[in-house]
Design a protein around this ligand. Structure first.
Ligand code: HEC
Length: 453
């Protein structure tokens, strides 16, 4: 392990990434869907001679520009900044494989942002046909940013056989396109596009909610009904696409979900299933609210309702991301690198030569340290990616009913990593020499005594 570890109390590094990512996704996918919504709505308004629609759309374009250019861009950079800190080893792998992917991505970002600004600032100032063209270039470039990033994101779950066969050899870049168009690439692209369209509809409701429904009841109703239609493709197709997606996920990851569903009656279903259920329930609520509150009662549909729908969309996005994240456990890059940065092929080496011996981030010579201190380094290096001491997935809570024997027992199981170990589905193997195991036990024993927050 060549990098230091980022300790985030209570939240964990992964938690920070999760929070930024959910907020970012809601805006970034809106940038993709909204980019198409605007020119299509504008074209419709021009064809039908609806100057009142055009005025509303212009306001929406401004909202769109501020939201995507200010908040979408900064949160996007924020994610990569946090990922670089939380999981430097995985980030390094991604950069080594996809540096040209990122270069392409940045070109599309520049076109996208330039066109978003041009679209708003040339409103009513240039020929309408030309203005529409700017809108379509925007739509295309923002979709292309998704086309690129989707390759990198799906790679992490399913890098694919071809890439795995050269992984670690130094020739990874020669199979760039195999890694990019990996097994979950297409189902994921279709799902994200459908979600982007539905977010375009949901965000449009925010602008529409501010139209005075008593002064302009017809206009408000038409815009709301037309925007609501943007949710229909996702509503109809996402369930099928999700099955397609699952079919492309390796069997071992899918087991996490199957395990959940088959035990649902006994109440022990996994976090993947729990998150998936939250997604289904919040999505159904969104559809019901959009239909009954927005479309049927458009006149009194207000900002409060629009924001409630948006918050539900945030919850649905969060739950979906959580499920996807859980599906990937115990790996950060499927079948290649565990969530704590240990590569699968390095396990034997760490076991024979020691984990801390290969951790150049530690500050002191570990031979003069106490067991507890060395154990803490083991914990930070190998467990800290998913566990905190007292906060998110906190050790002090998970260990509170365990005595020394039972802590030794679980450490032993994580280290042995037998095929039938129940922990294999979501935790990586614990690597290191026997004295490092002893040190970790010594450290873990000190944790339950700390008050759980
Ligand atoms: C890839 C993420 C990940 C890593 C790394 C990880 N764990 Fe876990 N661990 C989990 C998850 C997920 C659970 C289930 C938590 C829950 O039920 O809330 C869990 C549960 C546990 C539990 C409770 C299990 C039980 O049966 O009581 C213990 C103890 C534990 N982990 C210890 C460790 C230790 C020690 C390490 C480091 C050697 C570690 N974990 C590394 C993800 C991880």
């Amino acid at each position: 392990m060549n990098y230091p570890f980022w300790d985030v109390p209570v939240l964990s590094g992964g938690g920070v990434i999760g929070l930024i990512a959910v907020y970012h996704l809601l805006i970034a996918l809106f940038a993709v869907g909204g980019g198409l919504y605007l020119p299509i709505a504008e074209r419709k308004a021009i064809r039908e001679g609806r100057e009142d629609w055009l005025r509303v759309l212009r306001r929406h374009a401004k909202f769109f520009l501020v939201l995507t250019a200010a908040f979408g861009t900064t949160s996007g950079v924020g994610i990569w900044f946090a990922i670089g800190l939380a999981n430097p080893e995985a980030t390094s792998t991604l950069i080594h494989n996809f540096v040209f992917g990122w270069a392409i991505e940045y070109v599309f970002f520049i076109v996208e942002l330039t066109m978003a600004a041009a679209y708003y600032y040339t409103w009513d100032k240039i020929d309408r046909g030309l203005h529409l063209k700017i809108g379509y270039i925007y739509a295309a470039s923002s979709f292309l940013t998704l086309v690129i990033i989707n390759g990198i994101l799906t790679f992490m779950l399913t890098p694919g056989e071809t890439w795995l066969s050269v992984a670690g050899s130094g020739n990874e870049a020669s199979v760039f396109w195999y890694a990019f168009f990996n097994p979950t690439y297409f189902p994921s692209l279709v799902i994200r596009t459908l979600i982007a369209w539905s977010l375009a509809g949901i965000w449009a409701l925010v602008t529409a909610s501010r139209i005075d429904g008593f002064a302009y009841p017809g206009l408000k109703k038409q815009i709301i009904s037309w925007s609501a239609k943007w949710l229909i493709p996702a509503f109809v197709l996402v369930p099928f696409c999700f099955l397609w997606y699952l079919a492309m996920v390796p069997e071992s990851n899918r087991q996490l979900l199957d395990l959940g569903i088959s035990t649902i009656g006994q109440g022990t279903f996994t976090q993947v299933t729990r998150s998936a259920l939250i997604t289904v329930m919040t999505s159904a609520t969104i559809i019901a609210l959009v239909y009954f509150v927005a479309v049927r009662n458009s006149r009194s549909f207000n900002l409060g309702w629009a924001i409630s729908i948006l918050l539900l969309a945030l919850a649905a996005t969060g739950a979906t991301e959580q499920a996807r994240e859980m599906l990937r456990k115990p790996y950060v890059i499927g079948d290649f690198m565990y969530s704590n940065g240990v590569r699968k092929y390095e396990v034997a080496k760490f076991n024979s030569e020691g984990y801390l011996a290969h951790s150049i981030w530690k500050s002191k010579d570990t031979s003069s340290m106490t067991d507890v201190d060395r154990g803490e380094l083991m914990f930070r290096g190998q467990c800290g990616a998913c566990h905190t001491q007292t906060g998110y997935r906190g050790m002090s809570v998970l260990l509170k009913d365990r005595d020394e024997r039972s802590i030794e027992n679980i450490v032993g199981m994580l280290h042995a990593y037998n095929d039938d170990s129940p922990y294999r589905k979501y935790m990586p193997p614990l690597v290191g020499k026997d004295d490092e195991m002893k040190a970790l036990v010594a450290y873990l024993k000190t944790l339950p005594a700390k008050p759980a927050k």
